[in-house]
Design a protein around this ligand. Structure first.
Ligand code: PEP
Length: 256
Protein backbone atom coordinates (compact mmCIF):
# COMPACT_ATOMS: atom_id res chain seq x y z
CA UNK A 1 0.00 0.00 0.00
CA UNK A 2 1.32 3.45 -0.88
CA UNK A 3 1.53 5.93 1.97
CA UNK A 4 -0.95 8.45 0.58
CA UNK A 5 -4.42 6.97 0.51
CA UNK A 6 -8.11 7.85 0.04
CA UNK A 7 -10.75 5.20 0.60
CA UNK A 8 -14.50 5.53 0.05
CA UNK A 9 -17.13 3.78 2.17
CA UNK A 10 -20.44 3.58 0.36
CA UNK A 11 -22.18 1.78 3.24
CA UNK A 12 -25.55 0.10 2.45
CA UNK A 13 -26.44 2.62 -0.23
CA UNK A 14 -25.82 1.12 -3.67
CA UNK A 15 -27.04 -1.76 -5.83
CA UNK A 16 -24.68 -3.56 -8.20
CA UNK A 17 -26.18 -1.58 -11.10
CA UNK A 18 -25.56 1.71 -9.30
CA UNK A 19 -21.97 0.65 -8.61
CA UNK A 20 -21.46 -0.01 -12.33
CA UNK A 21 -22.77 3.46 -13.19
CA UNK A 22 -20.68 5.05 -10.43
CA UNK A 23 -17.48 3.38 -11.67
CA UNK A 24 -18.15 4.38 -15.28
CA UNK A 25 -17.82 8.02 -14.19
CA UNK A 26 -15.38 7.65 -11.32
CA UNK A 27 -12.61 5.54 -12.83
CA UNK A 28 -11.81 7.81 -15.82
CA UNK A 29 -11.91 10.86 -13.51
CA UNK A 30 -9.15 9.50 -11.25
CA UNK A 31 -7.04 7.51 -13.70
CA UNK A 32 -4.13 9.98 -13.49
CA UNK A 33 -3.98 10.04 -9.72
CA UNK A 34 -0.74 8.54 -8.50
CA UNK A 35 -1.60 7.72 -4.92
CA UNK A 36 -3.72 4.84 -3.62
CA UNK A 37 -7.46 5.07 -4.17
CA UNK A 38 -9.89 2.48 -2.83
CA UNK A 39 -13.63 1.98 -2.60
CA UNK A 40 -15.49 -0.21 -0.11
CA UNK A 41 -18.80 -1.43 -1.49
CA UNK A 42 -21.62 -3.76 -0.36
CA UNK A 43 -20.90 -7.47 -0.92
CA UNK A 44 -23.36 -7.55 -3.82
CA UNK A 45 -21.29 -4.97 -5.73
CA UNK A 46 -17.97 -6.80 -5.40
CA UNK A 47 -18.30 -8.78 -8.64
CA UNK A 48 -19.00 -5.56 -10.57
CA UNK A 49 -15.87 -4.00 -9.03
CA UNK A 50 -13.80 -7.03 -9.92
CA UNK A 51 -14.67 -6.60 -13.60
CA UNK A 52 -14.69 -2.82 -13.82
CA UNK A 53 -11.53 -2.18 -11.79
CA UNK A 54 -9.27 -4.73 -13.52
CA UNK A 55 -6.11 -2.96 -14.75
CA UNK A 56 -7.09 0.35 -13.13
CA UNK A 57 -5.48 2.31 -10.28
CA UNK A 58 -8.52 1.81 -7.99
CA UNK A 59 -8.65 -1.08 -5.55
CA UNK A 60 -11.86 -2.34 -4.00
CA UNK A 61 -12.89 -3.81 -0.70
CA UNK A 62 -15.74 -4.90 1.53
CA UNK A 63 -17.14 -3.06 4.53
CA UNK A 64 -17.03 -6.00 6.90
CA UNK A 65 -15.75 -9.57 7.14
CA UNK A 66 -16.49 -12.59 9.32
CA UNK A 67 -14.38 -13.25 12.37
CA UNK A 68 -14.62 -16.98 11.53
CA UNK A 69 -12.68 -19.04 9.01
CA UNK A 70 -15.63 -21.08 7.59
CA UNK A 71 -18.55 -23.22 8.65
CA UNK A 72 -22.08 -22.94 10.04
CA UNK A 73 -22.22 -19.14 10.33
CA UNK A 74 -25.28 -18.32 8.24
CA UNK A 75 -25.08 -14.96 6.54
CA UNK A 76 -21.36 -14.43 7.13
CA UNK A 77 -18.73 -13.77 4.44
CA UNK A 78 -15.17 -14.95 5.10
CA UNK A 79 -11.78 -13.46 4.29
CA UNK A 80 -11.12 -16.41 1.99
CA UNK A 81 -14.28 -15.61 -0.02
CA UNK A 82 -13.32 -11.95 -0.25
CA UNK A 83 -9.76 -12.75 -1.35
CA UNK A 84 -11.18 -15.13 -3.96
CA UNK A 85 -13.21 -12.33 -5.54
CA UNK A 86 -10.21 -10.00 -5.61
CA UNK A 87 -10.82 -7.88 -2.51
CA UNK A 88 -7.65 -6.17 -1.40
CA UNK A 89 -9.04 -4.66 1.80
CA UNK A 90 -11.98 -4.56 4.20
CA UNK A 91 -13.10 -2.07 6.77
CA UNK A 92 -13.11 -3.54 10.26
CA UNK A 93 -14.64 -2.06 13.39
CA UNK A 94 -16.52 0.79 11.74
CA UNK A 95 -18.44 2.67 14.43
CA UNK A 96 -21.74 1.73 12.77
CA UNK A 97 -20.86 -1.94 13.20
CA UNK A 98 -19.86 -1.32 16.80
CA UNK A 99 -23.09 0.62 17.44
CA UNK A 100 -25.75 -1.38 15.55
CA UNK A 101 -24.21 -4.86 15.69
CA UNK A 102 -22.46 -4.60 19.07
CA UNK A 103 -19.10 -5.49 17.57
CA UNK A 104 -16.44 -5.84 20.24
CA UNK A 105 -12.70 -5.21 20.00
CA UNK A 106 -12.01 -8.94 20.48
CA UNK A 107 -14.14 -9.79 17.42
CA UNK A 108 -12.43 -7.05 15.41
CA UNK A 109 -9.10 -8.56 16.42
CA UNK A 110 -10.28 -11.95 15.07
CA UNK A 111 -11.40 -10.33 11.81
CA UNK A 112 -7.98 -8.74 11.35
CA UNK A 113 -6.33 -12.11 11.97
CA UNK A 114 -8.58 -13.77 9.38
CA UNK A 115 -7.75 -11.04 6.85
CA UNK A 116 -4.03 -11.49 7.50
CA UNK A 117 -4.28 -15.16 6.53
CA UNK A 118 -5.57 -14.10 3.11
CA UNK A 119 -3.38 -11.05 2.59
CA UNK A 120 -6.28 -8.61 2.88
CA UNK A 121 -5.58 -5.15 4.30
CA UNK A 122 -7.75 -4.31 7.32
CA UNK A 123 -8.82 -0.68 7.59
CA UNK A 124 -9.26 -0.53 11.35
CA UNK A 125 -11.71 2.21 12.38
CA UNK A 126 -11.31 3.69 15.85
CA UNK A 127 -12.64 6.81 17.51
CA UNK A 128 -14.43 8.32 20.46
CA UNK A 129 -18.02 9.46 20.97
CA UNK A 130 -18.90 13.06 21.77
CA UNK A 131 -19.57 12.14 25.38
CA UNK A 132 -16.16 10.45 25.66
CA UNK A 133 -14.41 13.46 24.14
CA UNK A 134 -16.21 15.88 26.46
CA UNK A 135 -15.23 13.71 29.42
CA UNK A 136 -11.57 13.91 28.36
CA UNK A 137 -11.53 10.19 27.53
CA UNK A 138 -10.41 10.36 23.88
CA UNK A 139 -6.92 8.99 24.42
CA UNK A 140 -8.11 6.24 26.77
CA UNK A 141 -10.65 5.10 24.18
CA UNK A 142 -8.10 5.10 21.35
CA UNK A 143 -5.61 3.27 23.57
CA UNK A 144 -8.09 0.52 24.48
CA UNK A 145 -9.26 0.10 20.89
CA UNK A 146 -5.70 -0.15 19.57
CA UNK A 147 -4.47 -2.49 22.33
CA UNK A 148 -7.40 -4.88 21.97
CA UNK A 149 -7.85 -4.80 18.19
CA UNK A 150 -4.14 -5.30 17.52
CA UNK A 151 -3.63 -7.87 20.28
CA UNK A 152 -1.27 -10.67 19.25
CA UNK A 153 -0.25 -9.10 15.93
CA UNK A 154 3.41 -9.05 14.92
CA UNK A 155 5.15 -5.91 13.71
CA UNK A 156 5.46 -7.16 10.11
CA UNK A 157 1.69 -7.72 10.03
CA UNK A 158 1.13 -3.98 10.46
CA UNK A 159 1.97 -3.66 6.75
CA UNK A 160 -1.55 -5.01 6.20
CA UNK A 161 -3.25 -2.64 8.65
CA UNK A 162 -4.47 0.91 8.03
CA UNK A 163 -5.78 2.87 10.99
CA UNK A 164 -8.69 5.22 10.35
CA UNK A 165 -9.27 7.77 13.11
CA UNK A 166 -13.01 8.40 12.91
CA UNK A 167 -14.48 10.39 15.79
CA UNK A 168 -18.05 9.08 15.96
CA UNK A 169 -19.51 12.56 16.34
CA UNK A 170 -18.01 13.61 12.99
CA UNK A 171 -19.33 10.71 10.91
CA UNK A 172 -22.16 11.69 8.60
CA UNK A 173 -22.92 14.75 10.72
CA UNK A 174 -21.29 17.48 8.64
CA UNK A 175 -19.33 18.37 11.79
CA UNK A 176 -15.64 17.70 11.16
CA UNK A 177 -12.97 17.48 13.78
CA UNK A 178 -10.60 20.45 13.70
CA UNK A 179 -7.16 20.03 12.17
CA UNK A 180 -5.72 20.38 15.69
CA UNK A 181 -7.98 17.63 17.10
CA UNK A 182 -7.05 15.33 14.22
CA UNK A 183 -3.35 16.05 14.58
CA UNK A 184 -3.49 15.33 18.33
CA UNK A 185 -5.31 12.04 17.72
CA UNK A 186 -2.91 10.98 14.95
CA UNK A 187 0.08 11.81 17.17
CA UNK A 188 -1.44 9.80 19.98
CA UNK A 189 -2.14 6.82 17.70
CA UNK A 190 1.47 6.85 16.50
CA UNK A 191 2.73 7.15 20.08
CA UNK A 192 0.65 4.14 21.06
CA UNK A 193 1.94 2.10 18.09
CA UNK A 194 5.43 3.02 19.18
CA UNK A 195 4.68 1.80 22.72
CA UNK A 196 3.09 -1.45 21.44
CA UNK A 197 5.77 -2.05 18.78
CA UNK A 198 8.55 0.44 18.10
CA UNK A 199 9.33 3.81 16.45
CA UNK A 200 9.78 2.28 13.00
CA UNK A 201 6.31 0.70 13.12
CA UNK A 202 4.86 3.96 14.38
CA UNK A 203 6.43 5.91 11.52
CA UNK A 204 5.40 3.40 8.84
CA UNK A 205 1.79 2.70 9.75
CA UNK A 206 -0.80 4.42 7.57
CA UNK A 207 -3.22 6.64 9.50
CA UNK A 208 -6.31 8.18 7.90
CA UNK A 209 -8.96 10.59 9.15
CA UNK A 210 -12.67 10.05 8.51
CA UNK A 211 -15.63 12.24 9.38
CA UNK A 212 -17.52 14.55 7.00
CA UNK A 213 -14.58 15.13 4.64
CA UNK A 214 -15.71 16.96 1.50
CA UNK A 215 -14.13 18.55 -1.59
CA UNK A 216 -14.48 21.99 -0.02
CA UNK A 217 -13.00 21.19 3.40
CA UNK A 218 -10.27 18.68 2.51
CA UNK A 219 -7.70 21.44 1.98
CA UNK A 220 -7.97 22.43 5.64
CA UNK A 221 -6.72 18.94 6.59
CA UNK A 222 -3.91 18.72 4.08
CA UNK A 223 -1.33 20.30 6.36
CA UNK A 224 -1.87 17.80 9.17
CA UNK A 225 1.44 16.27 10.14
CA UNK A 226 1.75 12.50 9.87
CA UNK A 227 -1.70 12.01 8.34
CA UNK A 228 -1.72 9.75 5.25
CA UNK A 229 -5.17 10.47 3.84
CA UNK A 230 -8.89 10.04 4.36
CA UNK A 231 -11.76 7.60 4.74
CA UNK A 232 -14.77 9.17 3.06
CA UNK A 233 -18.40 8.14 3.56
CA UNK A 234 -21.22 10.29 2.16
CA UNK A 235 -19.19 12.03 -0.56
CA UNK A 236 -18.00 8.69 -1.97
CA UNK A 237 -21.55 8.03 -3.25
CA UNK A 238 -21.22 10.82 -5.80
CA UNK A 239 -18.61 9.98 -8.46
CA UNK A 240 -18.05 13.63 -9.39
CA UNK A 241 -17.74 14.94 -5.84
CA UNK A 242 -15.53 12.04 -4.76
CA UNK A 243 -13.19 12.44 -7.73
CA UNK A 244 -13.08 16.19 -7.06
CA UNK A 245 -12.05 15.52 -3.46
CA UNK A 246 -9.36 13.12 -4.68
CA UNK A 247 -8.05 15.72 -7.12
CA UNK A 248 -7.98 18.44 -4.48
CA UNK A 249 -5.88 16.13 -2.30
CA UNK A 250 -3.59 15.51 -5.26
CA UNK A 251 -3.23 19.27 -5.65
CA UNK A 252 -4.85 19.17 -9.09
CA UNK A 253 -7.95 21.26 -8.53
CA UNK A 254 -8.59 24.98 -8.41
CA UNK A 255 -10.82 24.52 -5.40
CA UNK A 256 -10.00 27.10 -2.70
C1 PEP B 1 -17.53 6.90 7.37
O1 PEP B 1 -18.66 6.41 7.44
O2 PEP B 1 -16.52 6.20 7.49
C2 PEP B 1 -17.42 8.34 7.10
C3 PEP B 1 -16.25 8.92 7.22
O3 PEP B 1 -18.60 8.99 6.73
P1 PEP B 1 -18.78 10.52 6.33
O4 PEP B 1 -17.65 10.90 5.40
O5 PEP B 1 -20.12 10.56 5.66
O6 PEP B 1 -18.75 11.31 7.60
Amino acid sequence: MQNKVIIGNQKMNVTAGQTRKFLNVFVPAVEHINYQIGICVPYTSLAVCKRALKDTNVIFGAQNVSEFERGAYTGEVSSEMLADIGCKMTLVGHSERRKYFSEQNSQINNKIKQNLRYNIVSVLCIGESKRERTAGQTQNILCKQLDECLSGLYENELDNIIIAYEPIWAIGTGQTATAKQIEEAVDYIRKEISRLYNDKASKNIIVLYGGSVKPDNVKSFMGIKNLNGFLVGGVSLDAKAFSELIQVYAGKSNKK
